[in-house]
Write a protein that binds this ligand. Structure first.
Ligand code: GRF
Length: 234
């Protein structure tokens, strides 16, 4: 049974594309039932068209309140077949959803944020990290709760950030990892291997082989990303 998924976009939709690609490669056991954009004319909708996916442009400016807009999205997503057990994947979706939306899809809304939460929430995560002068940046897939970029974390990926690099350099480096970790997180959900316990998300035993089996005794040397890199003798 393929996991029914609705994908919410507001722009280019490259994360949507990575989900489409993994589905078409037969790696992700999901079916995109609907793509929703809150903005017209975005490439994310073009990507849906190119892959013959159902899509809706729902302009939040057409609704009298956030709650009314969210209810309209809920109705469209349920109508599309993501009602009882599907997943809503926010992918470059630039709006905060209200409890109207979250109550309708309790524990079934994921988001990808281009920073290592809780650091650098908001719409400029990459630039904020670069401007802060971090040496390690990255991205986070998390379940969505009522606070922005705050819900329980599913997976994170880290990349180096060099002195003098700005958000324009960092964003594409992070984006490459977003495109890998988001389909992975959705596949874990599709396999029913994620358990939310308060702020924690537990991943049940591994299904497919992976390069580094999650182990209890994590040797720092094996898993650590240190930047700038340590030099000989250290
Ligand atoms: C991505 O970095 C995403 O994390 C952020 O917006 C950027 C563009 O996303 N929210 P996409 O190409 O529209 O998926």
């Amino acid at each position: 049974m393929k996991l029914p998924v609705a994908v919410l976009v507001s722009g280019s939709g490259s994360n949507l594309q990575s989900i489409i690609d993994r589905i078409e490669q037969g790696v992700l056991d999901a079916e995109i039932k609907l793509v929703v954009s809150n903005r017209a004319g975005v490439f994310g909708i073009e990507r849906a068209k190119r892959h013959n996916l159902p899509y809706k442009v729902m302009l939040h400016t057409d609704y009298r309140s956030r709650e009314a807009f969210d209810q309209a999205m809920v109705d469209a997503i349920v109508e599309a077949g993501v009602g009882d057990n599907g997943l809503v994947a926010m992918a470059g979706f630039m709006r905060i959803v209200t409890s109207v939306f979250l109550r309708a899809f309790e524990g079934r809304v994921m988001n990808i944020h281009p920073a290592l939460v809780p650091s650098f929430p908001g719409v400029n995560g990459q630039a904020d990290a670069a401007d802060y002068g971090v040496k390690i940046a990255g991205c986070t897939v998390h379940f969505v709760d009522e606070q922005m970029d705050h819900g329980p974390v599913v997976i994170q990926a880290a990349v180096p950030c060099q002195a003098g690099e700005d958000g324009n350099v960092l964003a594409p480096r992070i984006l490459k990892l977003e495109h890998r970790v988001y389909p992975q997180a959705i596949q874990w959900y599709a396999e029913d291997r994620l358990r939310i316990a308060g702020r924690h998300v537990e991943l049940k035993v591994a299904g497919r082989p992976c390069a580094r089996q999650p182990k209890a005794d994590i040797e720092p040397e094996t898993y650590a990303l240190v930047w700038p890199p340590l030099e000989e003798g250290f």
